[in-house]
Design a protein around this ligand. Structure first.
Ligand code: SAH
Length: 557
């Protein structure tokens, strides 16, 4: 039973909503709150108090006994904005209850126990089949008890907080091992079963052969069946895959014919045009042949352990403010077990990482090396997040990383709010029509190339945002670029300067091409120069969407 206690009219209204939604789970305690809390604490498994946390702390403090048996207590504030898990987060179920209450009232759950706050992955949410003592090992992970990881192979899992030695074990294995006491076994989809079959072979025969070949291996680790294109519709094979609950993947005979196998034979060569179907299709994506070709009357089968396909997430963190970091970026940071990035960006999101995440941070200037490290880690089969500020693809890590990567890893891009957009929102609407970004850094790009682009933008009357506009050692490039733009734009053209957009020391100013002082600009700044139609309207920089809308109604948008 959940005891409900409130003091004010607003609290009572929220309380009544809860009571109405959960009539069988809740009981309202009226009367003086001190008595109500005491009675509910003695009689209920959980309490929801529509009171300030301070008041509740004072009331329950003398009642607290043991965290394993005390009721869970959730506080909801007067405004109904937060549902705070106050005590009994795990044992009393307050963390979960805070989530439920928040959902119902449209509030935010506030959970401060370490493991939940950082979102330790539930063992059953990793996307892999799991066997054994899931409840016991999950609880051990949550309670911070030592859990050791026995990984028989590398797989791109999120970080798990594990110890060298533990009473509890998480085993990652595709072998047919049984989970021991206080152990769970995770089944990575690491096995590929190649099959061949004569026309009309029955599914039963194929399945018998597959199961026989998997001796010592777990059928739950089978990723897919593989065969030659010509057998894509062979009913026995299709049915075998269906019953195993895995996809059937097929390859052209010519491709399979090129794969070196230990047991080629003349029969399939004559029938379908490759000397090997089972072994070659299983080995198509590389890996280790665990079970060479086996035969039954009408079928063949071979088993390969494929290499883990690592995962590289290239994640833009946005310009700085936490609420401009997208939920998807956050999810990818938690999906990773290895984080690669510039130390100052790592600091920006360190609190979001799961415990156990391996952090590879380096200082300014080590771009190429960071990119290489990230790709190398992914190639080894890990789940890697490579981070960058703003958008990771804009003057940032995505291109050097993808230049290194081949198709043996999975790559996931997460867009971020780039500096030009963050600055644009602060300035007003400077990017309302065509616009470009130009980096003024001539460290990696010859100045002639940069100048040509500035000139093109100037001639085309395009709004320009300068990234990397000026540093201590590079001070003449910005004046030069502005001079080129001035050949085509009036001195009154608005120019927006934004420094540290969305960071604590954010500043911005609106000036003009004629009045700008380059000394206002440094490397933490972007400079946006308007086109000939851009105006300063009430202190905001506005570039009209079309050149005609002010005079006519032709553009209804
Ligand atoms: N990937 C980043 C850009 C990296 S280049 C992005 O998409 O924003 C580095 C340059 O970006 C800096 O010299 C500066 O010009 C600009 N910049 C990055 N963050 C900024 C911020 N918060 N405010 C203003 N300019 C910023």
């Amino acid at each position: 039973m959940i005891g409900l206690i409130s003091a004010t009219a607003a609290g009572a209204a929220a309380r009544d909503r809860l009571a109405a939604a959960w009539p069988d789970r809740t009981r309202v305690y009226e009367g003086p709150v001190a008595d109500a809390v005491r009675a509910a604490f003695a009689e209920c498994e959980q309490l929801v108090c529509f009171l300030a946390t301070g008041a509740v702390v004072r009331l329950v403090a003398p009642l607290l006994g043991d965290k394993r048996t005390d009721p869970g207590v959730v506080c909801v504030d007067e405004g109904g904005r937060f549902a705070v898990s106050l005590v009994g987060g795990h044992g009393g179920g307050a963390n979960e209850l805070a989530g439920e209450v928040a959902e119902l009232l449209g509030a935010r759950p506030v959970v401060t126990t370490a493991t939940d706050a950082v979102g330790l992955p539930g063992l059953d949410t990793l996307g892999l089949p799991v066997e054994g003592d899931v409840a016991g090992v999950s609880r051990a992970l949550l309670d911070g008890e030592p859990v050791s990881l026995k990984a028989e192979l590398v797989w791109p899992l999120p970080a798990l907080k594990v110890a060298e030695e533990g009473v509890y074990t998480v085993r990652l294995s595709d072998r047919a091992v049984e989970a021991g006491e206080r152990e769970v076994v995770l089944r990575p989809p690491s096995l590929v079963v190649g099959v061949g079959a004569s026309k009309g072979a029955l599914a039963e025969e194929i399945l018998d052969l597959v199961h026989g070949s998997l001796e010592g291996l777990s059928v739950r680790s089978v990723a897919h069946l593989a065969t030659v294109d010509a057998k894509a519709e062979e009913p026995g094979i299709v049915e075998a895959a269906r019953r195993l609950g895995v996809p059937l993947v097929t390859y052209p005979a010519a491709e399979l014919a090129d794969i070196e196998v230990p047991n080629p034979s003349a029969h399939p060569l004559a029938a379908v045009g490759t000397p090997s179907v089972a072994e070659a299709s299983a080995l198509r994506d590389g890996g280790e042949l665990l079970v060479p070709k086996r035969k039954s009357a009408m079928a063949t089968c071979a088993v390969v352990r494929r290499p883990a396909r690592g995962r590289l997430a290239v994640v833009g963190l946005g310009p700085g403010a936490r609420d401009l970091l997208t939920p998807r970026a956050k999810a990818e940071l938690r999906r990773a077990s290895v984080l690669v990035g510039l130390d100052q960006y790592v600091d920006q999101i360190r609190d979001l990482l799961r415990p156990g995440t391996r952090v590879l941070e380096s200082g300014l200037g080590a771009e190429e090396e960071r990119a290489r490290t990230a790709v190398a880690e992914a190639r080894e089969g890990h789940a890697v997040a490579l981070i960058g500020s703003g958008d990771a693809g804009v003057y940032a890590m995505a291109s050097p990383a993808l230049a290194e990567a081949s198709d043996d890893i999975e790559v996931v891009g997460v867009p971020g709010v780039t500096a030009a957009l963050a600055a644009g929102a602060i300035l007003g609407a400077p990017l309302g029509h065509d616009h470009v970004s130009i980096s003024l850094s001539d460290l990696h790009t010859p100045w002639e190339v940069i100048e040509r682009r500035v000139r093109a933008a100037a001639e085309a009357d395009i709004v320009v945002t300068f990234y990397n506009p000026r540093s201590r050692g590079r001070d003449w490039q910005l004046p030069k670029a502005l001079a080129i733009l001035s050949e085509h734009r009036e001195p009154t053209t608005p120019v927006g300067i934004v420094r540290n957009a969305s960071r604590p020391d954010e500043s911005s100013r609106l000036t003009t091409l004629g009045a700008i002082n380059p000394a206002w600009v440094d490397m933490m700044t972007v400079v946006t120069v308007g086109n000939t139609a851009t105006r300063d309207i009430a202190g905001r920089m506005v570039t009209p969407r079309g050149y005609r809308w002010q005079g006519s109604q032709e553009d209804p948008k």
